[in-house]
Design a protein around this ligand. Sequence first.
Ligand code: C5P
Length: 310
Amino acid sequence: MSRHAVITVRVPAKVNVQLGVGGLRPDGFHDLANVFFAVALGDLVTARQGAGVKLTCEGPGSDQVPLDDSNLAARAAYALAAHHGIEANVALHIEKAIPVAGGMAGGSADGAAALVACDALWELGTPTEVLHELAAELGSDVPFALLGGVALGRDRGETLSPLPVPGTFQWIFAVADGGLSTPAVFRECDRLRAEAGTGHTSEQVTTPDADPALLAALAAGDPKALAAALTNDLQPAAVSLRPSLAETLRVGTAAGALAALVSGSGPTTAFLAQDAESAESVARALRESGTCRAAHVTYGPVPGAAVLAD
Ligand code: C5P
């Protein structure tokens, strides 16, 4: 039994500052050049002793979050317990701030947070490499939520190399009504590529490399240079499925954002600002435009899933 009655873990959302999508692989995934960037907008996951795995959730969009064993937080608890040959007994509570099905890896973040929370509650001291392996089995974006900061993800996104980044970047995220399904957005990307005659399988599409200009902008902590290098190969697919995103992107740019792009598979849109003051005015313009449900000002990079001190 843990000395702690309750463990609270804070976990960041991510935005992809480069999402280079290769061809569709025979296993149904796409090889990626995926530069993850962790932002302070995050969920809190608390773990308490319980009988079996029980899940509760509160916050915006929480009615869309499955509370059964399909939730990545529950799957994380079972996976960690199975690895150690123990019974999974925990009550997990998720305080959502990350948009649900929004392209910011909120479900993956909760999976990573649950791994860290259960490891602390059950006093297992699981080595980081093992947590990373369990995370990669749960989903392509879960290992990054453990790591945080900024990192290049290869393969399906789970093979990570940390990128040291000095300073802090200011971001705004505009939350859309409803979510987009990640598999559906990848399928639409394949469909658009096939339609354009460029092919879409891993034999026809070479996987992009990390963009040297983007890596240089990150290493220099330079928001203007980063703005010029932001790319998301899933953006045309997300906008094709949700054409109204084009207007949200336009409003943020017109309000002075250095750059605007779809976050991951969307439908959340991300805006990079020069400084905190400019970020507030971009957020205000987005809220007033009525083209989004909410606009959040935040910053990054921030660390990955971590237990909060008592
Ligand atoms: O790994 P994860 O479960 O988060 O992936 C969800 C879905 O997103 C996959 O089933 C697949 O359709 C798509 N995906 C992909 N290529 C990746 C990552 C995800 O096609 N590298």
